[in-house]
Design a binder for this molecule. Structure first.
Ligand SMILES: C[S@@+](CC[C@H](N)C(=O)[O-])C[C@H]1O[C@@H](n2cnc3c(N)ncnc32)[C@H](O)[C@@H]1O
Length: 378
């Protein structure tokens, strides 16, 4: 118990430190935190082969085999090492207290990463007090590092990319819509170097992280350089039609600032129709998005992420905890951004896609839709 109290104090101190760092880091940009909800979604090993729903509503088996070949695994490890290196040299030093304090047991780590994120702990109160100021900070920069220090070490998050790898073509132009810190782009390229990655993201802070990651990957694995651009998806016009595309944890944030639900739906539909237009007939679109979820599901998600994070030697810090704590509180408060599966189904169908499979991902908190643009459509 002593150890936990000590840790809590450290966290509290570091929340203050984080705030100071954030203020100094500058680049202040007003942003809607609803659009940066944390913990997106992934599937568990036991979810492999779960039943999914076909377009006509009947249940089909998911045929996707998530097992990677030894060579693919090796290539993936190269990417994970790049992420470790990038985090080491980031302006904010991400050093894991779990790694330093090897005495911390998994059960304690899990407790810290779940209970502290969700309870009225001193840390959370501290962060709540700073909420207004933090909202004015360029949160994406920090948040995207959190993606690389926490999520990328979660089996659930990685499984989304393994799944996408299996359903997307191994060659051709692959659109990565909302690339963030570049993990989806880098994973797809690492696993099949025949893919030409074309990425779009509106966050200026996402670009340098994703660019550096793809550059290092290209050097070490000889994958073709990715074409990453900074643009709102609504304004993006590709030079050529896409052979496949992935959009992971982006759709729910479209129209985040629009309180009118009908208008928000219209914005999401408009984007899906646009994506449909720039995909080749017969091509596949892997759309992963979080589902509406309550506290219990989020708690379970955090616990499972923490467990695999510890196992995979994540590089998260006290500052990371503080931020994730804050973001998750916001996440609960902004639950209405997420869609029920039925709502998402009606959107993609209206945009013209055929739903081939739906697979529960990210510890049951989100769903990957494997969508097809009909081959006959020109
Ligand atoms: C939660 S992150 C997911 C990043 C990445 N797909 C991954 O899984 O690691 C969402 C990303 O979508 C981007 N995004 C959200 N709305 C966008 C829009 N309208 N146009 C372009 N990018 C957008 C954000 O900038 C952010 O980088």
């Amino acid at each position: 118990m002593d150890k936990l109290i000590l840790l809590d104090n450290n966290l509290k101190m570091n929340a203050r430190l984080l705030f100071v760092v954030l203020m100094i880091a500058g680049g202040f940009k007003s942003m809607d935190v609803h659009a940066v909800e944390s913990a997106p979604n992934c599937s568990r090993a036991e979810n492999r082969g779960i039943s999914s729903t076909s377009n006509d509503g009947s249940h089909i088996r998911c045929e996707v085999d998530l097992k990677l070949t030894p060579e693919e695994r090796q290539r993936y490890e190269v990417l994970v090492n790049i992420i470790r290196e990038m985090n080491k040299t980031s302006p904010i030093q991400w050093k894991s207290i779990f790694l330093r304090q090897r005495g911390v047991e998994l059960s304690r780590a899990k407790f810290i990463l779940t209970e502290l994120f969700l309870e009225n702990s001193p840390l959370n109160l501290e962060i709540a007090r700073k909420q207004r100021e933090i909202l004015q900070v360029n949160l994406w920069n920090i948040y995207l590092h959190l993606y690389d220090s926490f999520l990328m070490f979660s089996d659930g998050y990685r499984e989304i990319f393994a799944l996408a790898h299996n359903v997307l073509p191994k060659r051709g132009v692959i659109g990565v819509l909302g690339y963030g810190s570049g993990n989806d782009a880098a994973s797809l390229a690492a696993l099949a170097p025949g893919r030409q990655i074309v990425g779009v993201d509106s966050a200026k802070d996402a670009y340098p992280i994703a660019e550096e990651k793809m550059h290092l990957l290209s050097e070490r694995l000889k994958v073709p350089p990715a074409q990453l651009i900074i643009s709102d998806l609504a304004d993006y016009e590709p030079d050529q039609l896409l052979d496949g595309a992935i959009m992971n944890n982006v759709l729910y944030s479209i129209g985040a600032k629009e309180p009118d639900l009908a208008k928000r739906r219209a914005l999401r539909l408009e984007l899906l129709k646009k994506i449909y237009k720039y995909m080749k007939p017969g091509s596949t679109f892997a759309l992963n998005d979080p589902n509406l979820m309550g506290r219990e599901k989020l708690h379970d998600f955090l616990e499972r992420s923490a467990e695999s994070g510890v196992k995979n030697r994540m590089v998260i810090t006290e500052e990371g905890f503080a931020l994730n704590c804050y973001v998750n509180i916001q996440f609960l408060a902004s639950g209405n951004l997420m869609m029920e599966k039925s709502e998402r189904e009606s959107l993609v169908k209206e945009a013209g896609f055929i739903i081939e499979q739906q697979i529960e991902t990210y510890y049951g908190t989100s769903t990957m839709m494997v969508l097809k643009k009909p081959a006959s459509h020109s």
